[in-house]
Write a protein that binds this ligand. Structure first.
Ligand code: AMP
Length: 871
């Protein structure tokens, strides 16, 4: 173990000292690769030299986005040897999350897939001391953003030495690293193994997600030491003979409560293995307390195994709400002091001051307020009783619901979001309650309110028209194609706003918009105003039309087709356009004469016309009046007056216009419009809508050439549904933070004093969106449906059902992998499920694997017994 005389100051020194003691011993094994201590040291030293040249040095943060592999261990040691601090990021995180962490950490050098990218100006001093930063680990943040915990060498060195001693680690022991190093639970084996002459077996991701592969590895490789969360262990123990998944000598469980019953089960499965319950927040460096599970389990109020007593160097207090020490047996908050107390949160001084405080009992140094409720047992051990705040553990991962809520609220269509956990242990799941960003209450009292397919109420004129516009704007995104984009803070002019659905759409795409909406048709204008008011944004509704000059004109308004109203309206011709549209849309199905007559009648009713005098002004007048310095998007839908609107822009104002999208009604106008726009320096693109073939209608898109504009979200993102919300969250947060159910609500239930009444939140109706699921058709689908039914506790699984919509999460997915292997004899991966989450999709994967397996077996002459039995 450690030689007191050469007590190393830094983490990498511990490994270096070991490399001197046992240079030829196996240090790291990963699948087919193996390195000795001397080789590991050499490889890390070579990479450290490169990193130093790139600017690595004390307190420089270097991102590591490397898959669990031998290279990962080399990368970590190299960063430490170079004197810098590593910021481990799980490569499975969404790109946006990775980018956000790298930015927050100020990491300008990155190690990914074995390559170094980026540079940093070299720091003055180059060797790290005990007070230098060793790593920054990001953990979920209650303010909506993850926070980086800064751990110094002296913190982690203290931990490695303490835990190695408590676990009585010996040279030659085989340790398995089975969890991500992006959280610190992996550090219980990673560094202690390498500091005590152990052999670190880095387990590949697919093995840790497959019960059979996991058990096979642990038993065949003779793993001695395993650190794992109780829920991960439970998931990988779903293969036959679960004892095979257990190590020979030390099983260290941690990260979440360990139920007594579970500990008893494990004891019985591995009577010769020492089992430990290990506890500690990242902020006090991996673990601060440990409890060796005795032969006879104690009884506790919480029903969970005690978390034990402080590790060497750690100090704990249990305090009450007044900051006074609690009497033995009384519940209070756990404070941790001592050598493991981290430096604080990177760049978050306020939060650091709030959580890392002076020792209330007068001890030396700061203590960390864990937020964990505990009590001191008569025997001196500590029992974990729960949290004092909303923080939860899901599958061993720390999750602040507020962070998930923050991401949900960034979805343009969400007004309010509340996330909470339901159930405990293995069945714990996150549920998101979402109130769509919709109109204020007064709108519900509007005489003609219509609810859009995504649940948003709007004031409108008539249903068919509103549905047509919804389809055009939200689903087909007719105004946002070919590079047209809407970004935060944009100024948008909507000429021919009708009832204002484009405003609703734009407000979902971006924040802080300024919108000027023009609508001369009085009934449509009245709805436009109601909608704009309800939306509460900066929408200015102007009751006039736009043209080439300021004047008055006679407008023809159609009662049931306000869309076609305008100064050039011709009732007979408009009727034909509407008729063609309806017939095109119903194309192949309804070609009979009766249907045509029906359509003609509907059209006639809708097209009853009336006229009114309308004020027309020029765009340049409006630009001057409202002092508009830029127009990010000019949208025009003005029934044949498009050219007139464009002619109302004077030369000096054209450069202010960045993008245009115009619905052009007359074929003959397309050319002059295109010419005009090109002359003003725009790139122009013309598209005819498929539903409007055989009519003159088309869309003209115009953009100023230059750097590519920010992309706009896909159409489905704007239609609020559980699916689009899940997609949005999954693009920003790690898998374990994606809620398994999304409940759309009109409003959140409130208590008498106006707070959200959490107890009144409904249980998610699983699966709420399934109306008559299509029953499984093939033998594979039927067999897999039975497995899903049992795992997800949902009856009547349909072909199109999505595993995650039904409440599935990663740990259940691991158990499903084992069940699929038993039933079909193939190795489906958790990744396959993420790619093909429906019953039907996953069955195609399974069938493909079975087919490939049979064919390769057929070619080599023998059939697979297990498969034949299973099928
Ligand atoms: P993390 O920083 O991700 O390690 O999470 C630390 C938190 O996990 C603690 O504050 C506890 O709430 C919880 N935790 C960790 N280990 C245990 C354990 N053995 N028993 C109960 N809760 C635990």
């Amino acid at each position: 173990m450690f030689d007191v005389k050469e007590t190393p100051a830094c983490l990498h020194d511990l490994v270096r000292a070991q490399a001197r003691r046992t240079p030829g011993a196996a240090a790291v094994v990963y699948e087919g690769e193996k390195v000795s201590y001397a080789e590991l040291d050499e490889r890390a030293e070579a990479l450290a030299a490169t990193l130093r040249q790139a600017g690595a040095g004390p307190d420089v943060r270097i991102g590591i986005v490397t898959e669990r592999s031998l290279q990962l261990v080399v990368d970590i040691l190299a960063v430490l040897k170079a004197g810098a601090a590593y910021v481990p990021i799980d490569p499975a995180f969404p790109a946006a999350r990775i980018a956000m962490i790298l930015q927050d950490a100020g990491a300008r050098i990155l190690l990914a897939a074995g390559a170094v990218t980026g540079r940093h100006s070299p720091p003055a001093a180059s060797a790290a001391g005990p007070e230098a930063l060793a790593y920054v680990i990001y953990t979920s943040g209650s303010t909506g953003r993850p926070k980086g915990v800064c751990v110094e060498h002296r913190n982690i060195v203290n931990y490695v030495k303490g835990v190695s001693r408590e676990l009585r680690l010996r040279a030659g022991m085989r340790h398995a690293l089975v969890s991500t190093v992006a959280a610190d639970l992996g550090n219980t084996v990673l560094f202690p193994a390498l500091a005590t002459g152990g052999c670190l077996h880095v387990m590949a991701r697919n093995r840790t997600e497959d019960p059979e592969l996991f058990a096979d590895y642990v038993s065949r490789q003779g793993i001695d030491v395993l650190k794992i969360t109780p829920s991960h262990l439970h998931a990988v123990q779903s293969a036959p003979r679960p004892a095979r998944a257990l190590p020979r000598e030390r099983l260290v469980l941690g990260g979440e409560p360990l139920p007594l019953a579970r500990a008893a089960e494990l004891r019985a499965l591995a009577p010769h293995c020492e089992i430990y319950n290990h506890y500690g927040p990242t902020e006090t460096t991996v673990g601060a307390l440990m409890y060796r599970v005795p032969e006879t389990l104690p009884q506790t109020r919480s029903g969970t195994v005690p978390i034990g007593a402080p590790l060497p160097g750690a100090r704990v207090h249990v305090i009450d709400a007044n900051g006074m020490p609690c009497a033995r047996g009384a519940q209070g908050e756990l404070l941790i002091g001592g050598a493991g107390v981290a430096r604080g949160y990177l760049g978050r001084d306020d939060l650091t001051r709030e959580k890392f405080v002076a020792d209330p009992v007068g001890g030396p140094g700061r203590v960390y307020r864990t937020g964990d409720l505990v009590r001191l047992l008569p025997d001196g051990n500590i029992e974990f009783c729960g949290r004092s705040d909303d923080q939860i553990k899901l599958g061993g991962h720390r999750v602040e619901p507020a962070e998930v809520e923050h991401v949900l609220r960034e979805h343009g269509g969400v007004r309010q979001a509340l996330v909470r956990a339901r159930n405990e242990g293995d069945n714990a799941q996150l549920v998101a309650y979402v109130v769509p960003r919709r109109l204020e209450q007064p709108l519900w009292n509007h005489p003609s309110v219509h609810v859009l397919p995504d649940g948003t109420p709007v004031a409108h004129l008539n249903r068919n028209e509103t549905e047509y516009i919804f389809e055009e704007i939200f689903v087909r995104r007719a105004y946002c194609r070919h590079g047209i984009s809407i970004a935060d803070g944009d100024c948008i002019l909507d000429a021919g706003a009708n009832v204002g659905l484009f405003t609703v759409f734009a407000s979902r795409m971006a924040k802080d918009l300024t919108i000027l909406a023009f609508e001369p048709n009085p009934p449509a204008f009245e709805r436009l105003q109601a909608n704009a008011k309800a939306w509460g944004g900066r929408v200015l509704c102007l009751p006039y039309g736009l043209s080439s000059d300021e004047k008055w004109a006679d407008f023809t308004f159609f009662e049931g087709m306000s869309l076609l109203s305008g100064v050039y309206a011709d009732p007979a011709k408009e009727s034909r356009v509407v008729e063609t549209y309806v017939l095109n849309g119903n194309g192949a199905h309804r070609m009979d004469a009766g249907w045509n007559a029906e359509v003609a009648q509907i059209v006639e009713e809708r097209m009853r016309a009336s006229t009114a005098r309308v004020k027309l002004r020029t765009l340049s007048q409006v630009i001057a009046e409202h002092r508009l310095e830029r127009i990010d998007l000019l949208k025009i839908n003005v029934e044949k007056s498009e050219l007139d609107v464009l002619r109302g822009v004077c030369a000096a104002d054209w450069p202010k216009v960045r993008q245009l999208v115009i619905e052009v009604d007359r074929r003959s106008d397309v050319e002059p419009i295109t010419l005009l726009l090109r002359a003003q320096g725009f790139e122009v693109c013309i598209e005819q809508d498929p539903l409007l073939q055989k009519t003159d209608l088309c869309y003209v898109y115009a953009l100023r050439p230059g750097p590519r504009l920010r992309g706009t979200p896909a159409a489905t993102d704007l239609v609020l549904s559980p699916g689009s919300l899940r997609k949005h969250v999954a693009e920003h947060l790690p898998r374990h933070m994606v809620p398994s159910a999304f409940v759309l609500m009109d409003k959140l239930p409130l208590t008498a004093n106006g707070k959200v009444d959490r107890d009144a939140l409904p249980a998610p109706e699983l699966p709420a969106q399934r109306s008559d699921p299509l029953p499984p058709r093939t033998a594979t689908e039927t067999a897999l449906a039975a497995i899903w039914s049992e795992l997800l506790q949902v009856e009547h699984i349909g072909m199109q059902d999505d595993f995650f919509d039904l409440g599935g999460q990663s740990l259940l997915a691991i158990r499903m992998v084992a069940r699929i292997r038993e039933a079909f004899g193939v190795e489906v991966k958790v990744r396959n499920l993420f790619e093909r989450p429906t019953l039907h999709g996953l069955c195609e994967v399974i069938d493909g694997m079975v087919w490939a397996q049979n064919n390769s077996r057929g070619a080599s002459g023998g059939a697979n017994d297990r498969e034949q039995l299973a099928l």
